[in-house]
Design a protein around this ligand. Structure first.
Ligand SMILES: [Zn+2]
Length: 258
């Protein structure tokens, strides 16, 4: 079942979602058995499996990062909010969504935001053979570079899950792997206030460690188009107002790359 052809999975998003959940459960069980390996593979800030980019050392900088788009209405609404606050953000896009909505990819880039690779079909890469990892990254680079006319330099693994081979393949493709140090938990239907609350807690913790903020939010769903991310759009508006009031600068993650 896990090795089912991708065309079949794409044709049936529900089946894909169920398979993905099954994969996640199987993978997490296997990883848990490996003890410390779980932290290295899944903790967004672990560096045990190789270097990943998280944030710079200036607590007055914050990168808002949006995963799983592009996604019709909510990506465009986010662009409006970001423009109103004169903020630049980073969007880690799913290749098959970019293929389906090329005009949204171009709109995000035209507004001055950074676009990164979030794989073609949003799998758990810890569970995939290296050939498939490479295919996922290469396909997404191809569609994004075709649309943008420039190389893609940044990659975020779905669910933050990786293993040494994933980081090595990304590096061979010229991609810097990016994680995060704060999140809004907005993949759950929790409403804008709680998203702001989770994000604020994570941002405060990052600053206490003397780090900039790399905040994970979602403008789409990794497995399907049309997800409702209205709460994320509202939360982003609130967060950008607060960041400005406290004197924090919003940056794209490439501000922290060497
Ligand atoms: Zn994702």
């Amino acid at each position: 079942m896990l090795a089912g052809p991708s065309s079949e999975l794409v044709a049936s998003p529900t089946a894909f979602a169920l398979i993905a959940v099954g994969e996640a459960a199987a993978g997490l069980a296997g990883i848990a058995a490996a003890g410390a390996g779980a932290y290295a593979a899944l903790s967004p800030q672990s560096q045990l499996f190789g270097h990943t980019l998280i944030a710079g050392n200036d607590p007055a900088e914050a990168a808002l990062t949006f995963d799983d788009g592009p996604n019709d209405r909510h990506t465009l609404e986010l662009l409006e909010v970001l423009a109103r606050h004169n903020a630049r953000a980073t969007f880690f896009m799913v290749g098959q969504h970019a293929r389906a909505r090329p005009e949204l990819v171009r709109a995000v880039a035209a507004a001055g935001h950074l676009i990164g690779n979030h794989t073609e079909t949003h799998p758990w890469l810890t569970l995939k053979p290296s050939t498939l990892v490479r295919a996922e990254l290469t396909a997404t680079n191809a569609i994004l570079e075709d649309l943008l006319g420039a190389p893609v330099r940044f990659f975020r693994p779905p669910h933050g899950a990786r293993r040494p081979a994933v980081l090595r393949i990304a590096s061979e493709l010229g991609l810097t792997t990016v994680q995060w140090n704060a999140m809004g938990q907005d993949w759950r239907p929790i409403g804008p206030d709680r998203i702001v609350s989770y994000a604020s807690r994570g941002m405060a913790a990052a600053r206490r460690r003397g780090r900039g903020v790399n905040l994970l939010l979602h403008d789409g769903d990794g497995l399907r188009l049309g997800a409702d991310r209205a709460a994320t759009v509202q939360a982003t508006d609130v967060l950008l107002t607060r960041l400005r009031q406290e004197g924090t600068r919003t940056v794209r993650v490439d501000a922290w790359a060497g």
